[in-house]
Write a protein that binds this ligand. Structure first.
Ligand code: NAG
Ligand code: NAG
Length: 427
């Protein structure tokens, strides 16, 4: 208890010293604080909490490259490539896309033995790890300044799907000189995929197989009480935030991130486990405390307020539809007064859905609605372990047991296949 109190004191002093340095100029993201590793070391943080993607991969002896992709609408994205550990590289590269409030770090933060990106590299795949617009690796634009131009933040997962993902797929295919790739998305990373392949169906030909972890399209049956309540308040919350100058939420250098990261070091289960439990259905203890601590050094990366508002609309409408700009705005943007729904029948590439029983966001009911509307689902796989929730797919101790072998097995079976009907799903 004494140690905790000392840390809180240090934290308060730190916040005070930083806040007095904040220049009184109007910023879209006030309360940003500089990275301070010396302080984190002094407070005894696990090192992997604050190392970034390139530092972590080199610490664990993987060779990484950093690539820059510019979208049609001028956003500059960072995509990491982890080279295969084998001389004979597998035919299809793998593209990984994280979910909301996350970044590429998500796929490696479980460590050398348990991080999916490492496991894929060990298994001879050329691994590409994406970052969508807005997170701290992809917070740049050819013309707009995210700190001062509100226009930078005028996007939701609709733009992730129509601009970011196609640009990254084209880049990976050109760089690796392959016609198709494997795709793995988590949470919003699945939403982005469904948006892309319904609005730009020509991209179906570039996907050999996609694995959708904790898929999100329909949200009418989310069971998370906090998120349901938040969804109902989203319009006023959005107006309030925008009036206060906020277009970005949880930037990596925001004081809120620093606080969460700090609290998760000293009380991972109590603070971060409870936080996850209340929002996602997470069962305390199903992810080791040390893994939770590390993860929250990386998670809660920046998103746009509009992105969150779009998810709120999915919850309220029960439909998988484009952003509702109000009837006038809708007519201008879509030619109809109501926002159109994404046409899932256009998603012809083969899809594997993986869902968990205790996930309050990607629920079994909504996943079933999604399955029934997708034309080419190879399998809807429900993790047998009852305690699995939204984040166990990535940080969970048992992901390398219940999920990753299945992904590798699918990739091996799709290596040389021509006809989808020749694939016999697992049970
Ligand atoms: C990671 O951190 C190092 C050291 O601070 C820095 O030089 C590098 O640019 C960072 N890489 C990325 C991708 O942010
Ligand atoms: C789920 O939500 C949708 C839309 O809100 C609703 O129509 C449906 O009946 C709900 N229940 C199930 C079991 O899908």
């Amino acid at each position: 208890m004494k140690r905790v109190r000392a840390e809180v004191l240090v934290l308060m002093l730190y916040v005070h010293s930083v806040s007095t340095q904040i220049k009184p100029k109007l910023k879209l993201t006030p309360y940003s604080i500089p990275e301070n590793r010396a302080l984190k070391q002094a407070l005894g943080y696990q090192e992997d909490t604050y190392l970034n993607f390139t530092e972590l991969t080199s610490k664990y002896k993987y060779t990484t490259q950093e690539h820059e992709v510019v979208t049609e609408d001028g956003y500059i994205l960072t995509i990491f490539r982890i080279l295969s550990k084998c001389d004979q590289v597998k035919q299809h590269p793998v593209l990984l896309l994280h979910g909301i409030f996350d970044s590429a770090d998500l796929w490696i933060i479980a460590g050398r033995e348990k991080g999916l990106a490492y496991i894929l590299s060990n298994n001879c795949f050329d691994v590409w790890v994406a970052n969508h617009r807005g997170n701290h690796y992809s917070r740049r634009h050819v013309r707009l300044d995210p700190d001062t131009d509100p226009e930078y933040w005028e996007y939701s997962f609709d733009e992730h799907g129509t601009y970011d993902l196609p640009a990254m797929i084209d880049y990976v295919l050109a760089a690796s000189q392959r016609p198709r790739l494997y795709y793995i998305g988590h949470s919003q990373g699945t939403t982005n995929f469904f948006v892309m392949s319904s609005l730009r169906p020509e991209y179906n030909d570039k996907i050999r197989l996609s694995i959708q972890l904790a898929p999100i399209a329909f949200m009418g049956n989310i069971t998370s009480p906090i998120l349901s309540i938040a969804a109902h308040g989203l319009e006023p919350i959005k107006s309030f935030l925008e009036a206060a100058g906020y277009r970005e939420l949880f930037a990596k250098d925001h004081i809120a991130h620093f606080l969460v990261e700090f609290l998760c070091q000293i009380a991972p289960d109590l603070v971060c486990g409870q936080g996850l439990a209340l929002t996602t259905g997470y069962k305390i203890g199903s992810i080791y405390s040390r893994a939770l601590s590390r993860s929250f050094g990386h998670s809660l990366d920046g998103i746009s307020v509009k992105d969150l508002a779009h998810f709120g609309q999915l919850v309220l409408s029960g439909k998988f539809q484009r952003y509702d700009e109000g009837s006038e705005g809708n007519i201008k943007r879509y030619g109809t007064s109501k926002p159109p729904q994404y046409d899932l029948s256009k998603i012809t590439s083969p899809v594997v859905l993986m869902a968990a029983r205790s996930d309050w966001i990607s629920t079994l009911k909504d996943t079933e609605t999604l399955r029934s509307q997708l034309p080419n689902v190879i399998e809807k796989y429900i993790i047998r372990e009852k305690y699995w929730s939204h984040n166990n797919h990535l940080w969970g101790e048992t992901a390398p047991i219940y999920e990753f072998p299945k992904i590798l097995d699918y990739f091996n079976r799709f290596h040389n296949y021509n006809s989808p009907s020749s694939i016999i799903p697992h049970n």
